[in-house]
Write a protein that binds this ligand. Structure first.
Ligand code: NAP
Length: 235
């Protein structure tokens, strides 16, 4: 990874931030895009060598312009996205659509714009999730989005070859995404979930990031989905 260029969409918090930090520590040239100026500034203060860009992955023209400004890219990781809850019968359709905008359409736009800039053996890593195999009532849009990301990896592994396309599928992972959803109740939910897991604990963002870096580095793997869920699919 030393000297390679890694682009992380959604790299200022959680799993994407952990990927950016680890890639930088391995000597990669890291380029991070996210929406919030504060997160980008904090990352820049921590790691000045990382290039930061304010981009909304749900805004196709902004994302295309950002991708067009880049040179050769060895690996792309898409962490942009979020859990979207709500029932189909009771929720808001525009909100449901938003579950797909950054994570699926954003990924597609970025891959289309960067595909020819990724050399043979380079890779794209997408983010699926536990809800592909274990959907929960009241979060159908997220389940659809995680499944779509995983299937996109399989389908594009064929189209983009010899560029590799894989996905990581996190289970419940302790990141800022859940602060926004659960607020002060986060720890109660986490303790509950952890008690049911074979590993007895939730994953940390660093552990999911390790799987992302593994998928980037291992040139024999494509069209694969690596689960980092503490055995959650089994219980
Ligand atoms: N944490 C989990 O338990 C878990 C489990 C399964 C799957 N996932 C998925 O993994 C991905 C990363 O999750 P996380 O927990 O690390 O989330 P997080 O802590 O909320 O971090 C998300 C990152 O993506 C950026 N982002 C969000 N929407 C964006 C957009 N439209 N354009 C550009 N950047 C955007 C955020 O920065 P800004 O807000 O400043 O843009 C932030 O840097 C998400 O797709 C999530 O659904 C997470």
């Amino acid at each position: 990874m030393h000297g390679e260029t890694i682009v992380v969409l959604g790299g200022t918090k959680g799993i994407g931030l952990a990927v950016a930090r680890k890639a930088a520590a391995r000597g990669a040239r890291v380029i991070v895009a996210a929406r919030g100026a504060a997160g980008l500034a904090t990352l820049k203060a921590e790691l000045p060598a990382i290039q930061t860009h304010a981009v909304d992955a749900a805004d196709a023209s902004a994302l295309e312009a950002f991708c067009a400004s880049l040179g050769k890219v060895d690996h792309l990781y898409n962490a942009a996205g979020a859990f979207v809850g709500g029932t189909l019968m009771g929720g808001d359709m525009a909100t449901f659509r938003a579950a797909f905008e950054a994570r699926i359409w954003g990924a597609a736009v970025a891959i289309r714009a960067l595909g020819s800039k990724i050399p043979a053996g380079g890779s794209v890593v997408l983010t699926g999730g536990l809800s592909t195999d274990r959907p929960v009532a009241g979060a159908w849009a997220t389940a659809m989005a995680t499944a779509a990301a995983e299937q996109m990896a399989r389908a594009l592994a064929l189209e983009l070859a010899p560029v590799r396309v894989n996905a990581v599928a996190p289970g419940w992972t302790d990141t800022p995404m859940w602060d926004a959803i659960f607020g002060a109740d986060k720890q109660t939910y986490f303790t509950d979930v952890a008690a049911k897991l074979p590993v007895g604990r939730l994953a940390q963002a660093d552990e999911v990031a390790d799987a992302v870096l593994f998928l980037m580095a291992n040139r024999a793997i494509t069209g694969e989905v690596v689960h980092v869920d503490g055995g959650h699919r089994l219980v």
